[in-house]
Design a protein around this ligand. Structure first.
Ligand SMILES: [Zn+2]
Length: 540
């Protein structure tokens, strides 16, 4: 079976979705996670539409990936401007990205109503732009926007648009269902004609044909599959289907469907087994609750309730399950965390240089289960997880002993808010009492704590809190609503996550704050010196 090229656009098209927000550093972590998963191409956006993208491309340029290649995204040249004089195209040509994806028009309705460009000029815009980037040494992917609407309206012209890109040297032409309203049988027929007209398809020497779909008719994934079944060998999608309106085609569903149901080659078995953790990791980073009902990777995807189902699954899992959950890194129980398996716990301990016996590992698994039940979730809190291992496994020496903390928030008549925190801690046999003001309770506590600790551990001054995410967990756990705080901290070289859970948001924050600083100290103690950026493994 043919190998299908996987193209992820979470960092570009996916970011159009509501509530999608990632810093450049976080996007870099997503890119590494996609690389580990085995994604072939990662679309990172337009290299300089804003300072954030500029920062991202700066970061990406200095990074090495095991497998994935970075694609810069842009549009065909403007009308009446030569490609080499188009500032946006020049930016893409000058970016470090080896692959450039260009989007252009296919549908007469858009040419007439939106861009006001005649059909022949549109074909020249496509050809000139592709040729310019090919001449600049780029591999070019051409995204034919509104392809299926254009094809329904005027099939011959839609094919001419694709051919213009292919003849100009594009390695892949992608048929996009930009409005997301096309149904699978229509996609299938159109793709068959595209492949027939342009070559492509498995084993063919023609241009590679790709598919980019949206979920407005609930058929994003089905449309991608229909395209592949009719000869497309390049599939675009986003992690968890993030994207504007109803979202893009969900790559997390597309991959196992292609590989397990249709027999196409996408990922190695180990990579496929990392699908669930990757989906959850990216959701957590975006501060979204992972969708429990998500196909393949949701917490409920292989959860069984009710006597008959449980008895059936116990007798033979095939009775009520369409695949083995561990093939995609999911599990049969309600428990979701990737960290809850004994083998994983032991592997993580080894990584951190902690020796953990079989019995200790089993105890840890139970401990993690119990904490998860209370609302902890360690997938995005690697720092807290390692500390948990240390606290359980060794004679752990805490950074300090807390006597008490107190926060006062005062609102004055002139609407000014003043926050003041006092902490009392024991450190190296001495009692430290420190008071600090801040722009909020967490900030004030952080300052007071650092003031005390910084006297003995100056390394702490290098640690910044880079992210602070709060989520109110629902009451399904039977303990009333609790607040979960996820903190990301960085010493400039590495980024780690920590977590706190409590009914009180300040206590959750305190817990996460202490973990983030303690973990930062662990790094300092363990390495003796700072680690180089090359050794950063995001997500670990
Ligand atoms: Zn799109």
């Amino acid at each position: 079976m043919a190998r299908i090229e996987l193209y992820d656009t979470t960092l570009r098209d996916g970011m159009q979705g509501e509530g999608m927000s990632l810093s450049a550093g976080e996007k870099l972590r997503v890119a590494h996670r996609l690389d580990e998963l085995g994604i072939d191409l990662i679309e990172a956006g337009f290299p300089s539409s804003n300072p954030k993208e500029l920062e991202l491309f700066g970061l990406l340029a200095g990074e090495s990936f095991r497998h994935a290649e970075i694609a810069a995204f842009g549009m065909t040249r403007r009308r009446d401007v030569a490609a080499d004089a188009d500032p946006a195209l020049r930016v893409i040509a000058e970016s470090f990205a080896p692959v450039c994806t260009l989007v252009g028009k296919t549908w007469a309705l858009h040419l007439e109503k939106v861009v006001k460009v005649d059909r022949e000029e549109n074909l020249r815009m496509i050809a000139d732009s592709v040729a310019f980037l090919v001449a600049a040494g780029k591999r070019v992917i051409y995204d034919a926007e509104h392809f299926f609407d254009g094809f329904a309206d005027d099939p011959a012209y839609a094919l001419r648009c694709l051919r213009a890109a292919a003849d100009a040297g594009a390695e892949t032409v992608v048929c996009c269902d930009t409005n997301g309203g096309t149904l699978p049988h229509v996609v299938g027929i159109a793709m068959g004609e595209v492949v027939g007209a342009l070559g492509g398809g498995p084993g063919a020497s023609g241009v590679r044909i790709g598919i980019h779909t949206h979920d407005d008719a609930g058929c994003g994934v089905a449309n991608a599959l229909a395209a592949v079944l009719n000869g497309a060998t390049h599939v675009q999608g986003t992690i968890n289907g993030y994207g504007e309106r109803c979202g893009n085609a969900n790559m997390i569903s597309i991959i196992p469907n292609l590989q397990l149901k249709l027999g196409y080659e996408c990922l190695s078995a180990e990579q496929l087994a990392a699908l669930t953790p990757a989906a959850n990791y990216i959701a957590e980073l975006l501060n979204f609750t992972p969708d429990p009902d998500s196909p393949y990777v949701g917490r409920n995807a292989f959860a069984h309730k009710g006597g008959m189902h449980v008895a059936g699954v116990t007798a033979d899992p095939a009775t009520f399950e369409h695949i083995e959950p561990d093939v995609v890194g999911n599990r049969r129980e309600l428990l979701i965390s990737e960290l809850s398996g004994k083998g994983t716990v032991q592997a993580r301990a080894r990584e951190a240089g902690i020796s953990l016996s079989d019995a200790d590992a089993a105890t840890m698994v139970e401990r993690v289960k119990e904490l998860e039940h209370r609302g902890y979730h360690f997938e995005a809190a690697d720092g807290s997880f390692e500390l948990l291992l240390r606290r359980e496994a060794e004679d752990y020496e805490p950074l300090f002993t807390l006597e008490s903390w107190r926060v006062i928030v005062e609102r004055r008549a002139d609407a000014q808010l003043v926050t003041e925190a006092t902490i009392k801690i024991w450190l190296g046999g001495e009692r430290y009492v420190r008071t600090a003001e801040g722009n909020g309770p967490v900030n004030a506590l952080d300052r007071a704590l650092r003031e005390a600790l910084g006297e003995i551990h100056p390394h702490l001054r290098d640690i910044d809190l880079v992210n602070f995410k709060v989520r109110i967990l629902d009451e399904t756990k039977g303990t009333g609503a609790v607040t979960r705080v996820l903190l990301d901290a960085s010493d400039g070289d590495r980024v780690w996550g920590s977590i706190g859970v409590s009914e009180n948001v300040i206590e959750s924050s305190w817990e996460a704050l202490v973990d983030s600083l303690e973990y930062g100290m662990q790094l300092g103690r363990r390495d003796g010196s700072r680690v180089s950026p090359a050794t950063v493994v995001p997500g670990t």
